[in-house]
Design a protein around this ligand. Structure first.
Ligand code: HEM
Length: 396
């Protein structure tokens, strides 16, 4: 195999939080080559669909066990978790984490989650003018996920803030890092309390983690780490996706109208929202050995950023990638990652989004943005701090 020189880009992709600017940078990244060296950050990066998918699929070559972030503090936190482990440990941890998240277990919760969604939408409609982030996007996972995990009542409203900080912590060190480390510490401390006090509701996912340790399937000290695996990525990611959903349908009222006429396409709409505005920008891997990706050598020990948000707009893979069209049904998007580390909780996220969209279709004629959405500073997520919205009820 001939191995080409790696192109270099010198910009810092972590200074802007604006989605449009980030997508413009991704275009530059893809144009520069299949794999690029980002000299400012000191990592390799791939933003093209084929190479991102190939790298995520080769989990024995591009490993997660050295952490999936950009700095040692965060990588130390993640190391040894499901997210931050490799075969064979990863299979064991993933087996425990994923068991309670199987589609069958999730389907059993369908009616309950639909009811929660109707309640969330009803409360928001009664307000009329809402912050789409607080009153819809965050309200949904905050009402759903803690019960699935079997958490006690305390700290429920803080979990999203903690997780947002914990995810941002994975980016390069910046002025937010000390605060993010504190917030990430809150998640870990809460996980310790829950495990030591065996505080989980019977039959919940938390309870299943304790049982797996009781049966000797995992070491007892892994319980806290696995609870971190649940608490970290399970709420803010979904809230982010719902925030984008609201903005996109507010910006495309004709598509909201069309979706109401074709409610069978709600699943397609969810995939398109996730493709078009991927909540997670992309995690990193470390090359275990010298490896060619897209014909470019990545040396052993180098860190590679797999930019799934860019892959989901790669013009080599998608027709008109910068056009949002809920009918597209891009089932092969990479917003949930790909391969052995692909999102273990996507069934929950999809169920929540499904239930919320149906509740909104039933009662909301259209959404109107009453001011520009405010982007959240976050190195790893593409997310909003607030989405000022007017909900226009049906029949008005
Ligand atoms: C729209 C919502 C969500 C998005 C966009 C999302 C995205 C992702 C992505 C991109 C990964 C891959 C990480 C990697 O490749 O290193 C991942 C992994 C993971 N996600 Fe999600 N996620 C979402 C919701 C959830 C929920 C609701 C849960 C739990 C209930 C969850 C639990 C996990 C876990 C445990 C992993 C680690 C899997 C492993 O390493 O084997 N996620 N997620």
């Amino acid at each position: 195999m001939t191995v080409a020189d790696v192109p270099t880009l010198s910009y810092d992709p972590f200074t802007t939080n604006d989605p449009d600017e980030r997508y413009a940078q991704y275009r530059e990244l893809r144009a520069a080559g299949p794999v690029v060296h980002l000299s400012y950050v000191g990592v390799y990066a791939t933003g093209r669909y084929d190479e991102v998918k190939a790298a995520l699929g080769e989990h024995d070559t591009f490993i997660s066990g050295e952490g999936v972030g950009f700095n040692d503090i965060a990588n130390d936190v993640v190391r040894g978790s499901t997210l931050g482990s490799d075969s064979p440990e990863h299979e064991v941890l993933r087996g425990v984490v994923a068991t309670g998240l199987q589609p069958r277990a999730m389907r059993a919760r369908h009616d309950e989650i639909a009811e929660i969604a109707r309640g969330v939408v009803g409360t928001a409609l009664a307000r009329g003018d809402v912050d789409g982030v607080a009153h819809l996007a965050q309200a949904m996972p905050t009402a759903v996920v803690p019960d699935i995990l079997g958490l006690p009542d305390r700290h429920r409203d803080e979990l999203i803030t903690w997780a947002k900080g914990g995810t941002d912590l994975l980016g390069p060190v910046n002025e937010r890092t000390p605060r993010n480390a504190e917030l990430s510490g809150c998640i870990s401390q809460f996980a310790v309390e829950l495990v030591e006090g065996r505080e989980f509701a019977p039959g919940s996912l938390g309870d299943q983690v304790l049982s797996a340790a009781d049966r000797g399937e995992i070491a007892p000290e892994k319980c806290v780490i696995l609870m971190n695996d649940y608490l970290g990525p399970s709420m803010e990611t979904t809230a982010t996706a719902i925030g984008h959903l609201l903005v996109l349908f507010a910006q495309h009222p004709e598509q909201w109208e069309a979706l109401r006429a074709q409610p069978g396409l709600v699943g397609s709409a969810i995939n398109e929202v996730l493709r078009f505005q991927s909540p997670v920008r992309g995690f990193t891997r470390v090359a275990r050995r010298d490896t060619a990706l897209g014909g470019i050598l990545i040396p052993a020990g180098a860190r590679l950023w797999t930019v799934v948000a860019s892959a989901n707009r790669d013009e080599r893979h998608w027709n008109n990638p910068d056009v949002f069209d809920f009918r597209r049904n891009p089932i092969d998007h990479l917003a949930f990652g790909y391969g052995s580390h692909g999102c273990a909780g996507q069934g929950v996220a999809r169920l929540e989004m499904h239930a919320l969209i149906h509740a909104l279709l039933d009662s909301v004629e259209r959404f109107e943005l009453t001011a520009a959405p405010v982007v959240a500073p976050n190195s790893m997520l593409n997310t909003w701090d607030s989405v000022p919205l007017r909900l226009v009820p049906r029949g008005e």
